[in-house]
Each structure stands twice: as structure tokens, then as C-alpha cells.
Design a binder for this molecule. Structure first.
Ligand code: SF4
Length: 274
């Protein structure tokens, strides 16, 4: 399939941009799942069903609302040629090393395998490492994506199950626990299951750690820890700490706000800007 044909087919599911103003990823090409596929792709994610996903219910999701005339989704209908994979790859900044998929939504759970896999490969051919996450890792039809995407996990039990099935994983952890670990000078931490019967050791996302401390920013373009094809599988994955990447839970409500409060309090204490 040519890149033009692939791009046209993917455009039914995704909106792609050559660069973004997202400081976390850096200015890198990025794909967003169209709104109509969120219920299918994201139905496995408790943050979606709980109405607390920072992407879908935050600014990024707002930008993908097709019924808003000025939204990115609406513009992608008016000038479709400027929102394709091909356009994003051609216009990617020379400094870009990664292509961020699923900036909103879940590509693995939404896009047919043949199209998505071809999209990932097109990135690699352009020298860009795909970064993607999926909450659909328990679905048999998603297993192919272990070679490309991280499994988004929400409990230690999830992590063990996903690791046993060959996924690299991310785990959202209690914001206070991660804040305590960062303030203790750590870059990795041990997380136990609620009943204490299982534990994993994971690496805390360097971008979150740097942001919390007020250090020089780290972006996904610098770090690439979440690029699956960037790292070889490790025989002792959980202990290696490279197959479990930890994020502080940062939703749009309740517990997710604790991270921001802790960060502001810390920066005020150490003299950085919040
Ligand atoms: S661990 Fe690295 S690649 Fe993953 S989200 Fe954090 S900065 Fe980005």
C-alpha cells in the first residue's frame, strides 16, 4: 500500500499533525483518534468510563470535537490533506525522533490492524519511533500490538498479567506515593498491590519527575522510554524496571488534582516556579 493510500484510509480514524505545542512530548508528529471511535477504543479504560481521562475530557478532547467549527477535527474535514499521516511525516521537525500516536483515544482499539501496523511501519521508515499506549491489551485481537504499544495498566495485578502476556507496561500510581518518592530523590519506585501480595518496581516517567522538581524539562523526544521497539525485551522485566513505566495519576477531578497540589507545594518550598 502506498503512503498516499494508507494516509487516506487512516484519515477515517485519525487526525495527524506534523508538530504540536505539547511540551511533554516536544514538538513531534502526533495522531489523534477521531471522536466517534472513543467509545469503542477506550471502553477498556477505567479513566474513560469514570469520566476522568485528562485527554478526552480535557483540552485535547475538546480540540477533537467534530461539532465545534474551529476544532482540529472540523478543520481536518475542511482541509483533509493537511491532517494526514503523509502530511505529518513530511512536515515533521528535523529534531523529531518520535511519532506520538493516540494523543487522545486508543488507536489499537479503534483502527484496523492492517492500517495501524502500516502506519507504525511508515514512521519507522522515516526514522521516527512510534510511541503508543493501549488499554485494550486484554483483548485477543490487540495482542499483535505488543510489538508497538505499551499496555496501559491501572493496578499492580494488571501489570503482572500484561507482562506475562509479553507487553511492556505503564502503571498509574497514587500521586502522593510518587511525589514522596521524587522528594526522596528517587527515579524509580516499588508499588504494591492493595492487598500487598504483589509488587512491581518501575521507572517514574522522567518528564513528570523533571516537571515536579522544576528541573530542565525532559520530553518524550529526549526520553523514548515508551517506545516499544526502542528497547529489547528484558528477561526479568519487572525487576529491570524498564518494562514498567510509572505515571502519577493525573485526571481532571479528585485524586488527579493531588499531583498538581503536591508539585506546587514542593516547588514553593525549594524555590522553583510552580
Ligand atoms: S517515560 Fe519518557 S517517553 Fe514515556 S511518557 Fe515519560 S517522557 Fe515520554
Amino acid at each position: 500500500m502506498s503512503l498516499s493510500t494508507l494516509s487516506l484510509s487512516l484519515a477515517d480514524y485519525l487526525v495527524c499533525k506534523p508538530r504540536t505545542a505539547n511540551g511533554k512530548t516536544d514538538s513531534v508528529p502526533t495522531a489523534y483518534v477521531r471522536e466517534e471511535y472513543w467509545p469503542t477504543g477506550c471502553s477498556s479504560c477505567p479513566r474513560y468510563s469514570g469520566g476522568d481521562c485528562y485527554a478526552i475530557f480535557g483540552r485535547t478532547g475538546f480540540a477533537m470535537k467534530a461539532d465545534r467549527p474551529t476544532s482540529m477535527a472540523a478543520r481536518s474535514v475542511r482541509v483533509p490533506q493537511e491532517y494526514t499521516l503523509r502530511y505529518a511525516l513530511a512536515g515533521a521537525p528535523r529534531s523529531a525522533r518520535v511519532f506520538r500516536w493516540s494523543a487522545v483515544g486508543d488507536s489499537v482499539g479503534s483502527v484496523p490492524r492492517d492500517l495501524l501496523e502500516a502506519g507504525y511501519r511508515a514512521c519507522v521508515e522515516e526514522g521516527l519511533h512510534p510511541i503508543d499506549y493501549t488499554s485494550t491489551w486484554r483483548r485477543p485481537e490487540s495482542r499483535w500490538a505488543r510489538a508497538w504499544a505499551m499496555a496501559s495498566c491501572h493496578s499492580v495485578e494488571d501489570v503482572w498479567e500484561a507482562l506475562a502476556d509479553g507487553w511492556r507496561t505503564t502503571l498509574t500510581v497514587d500521586p502522593d506515593a510518587m511525589a514522596d518518592a521524587i522528594e526522596a530523590g528517587k527515579t524509580s519506585m516499588r508499588v504494591e498491590s492493595d492487598d500487598g501480595g504483589l509488587a512491581v518496581v518501575g521507572r517514574m516517567c522522567p518528564a513528570m519527575v523533571a516537571d515536579y522538581r522544576g528541573d530542565r524539562p525532559v520530553s518524550c523526544n529526549d526520553c523514548m522510554l515508551c517506545s516499544v521497539e526502542h528497547l529489547p525485551a528484558h528477561p526479568n522485566r519487572a525487576k529491570a524496571g524498564i518494562d514498567v513505566v510509572l505515571f502519577a495519576l493525573h485526571g481532571i477531578r479528585g485524586i488527579g488534582h493531588r499531583w498538581t497540589r503536591r508539585k506546587k507545594a514542593y516547588r514553593a518550598r525549594v524555590g522553583g516556579e510552580a
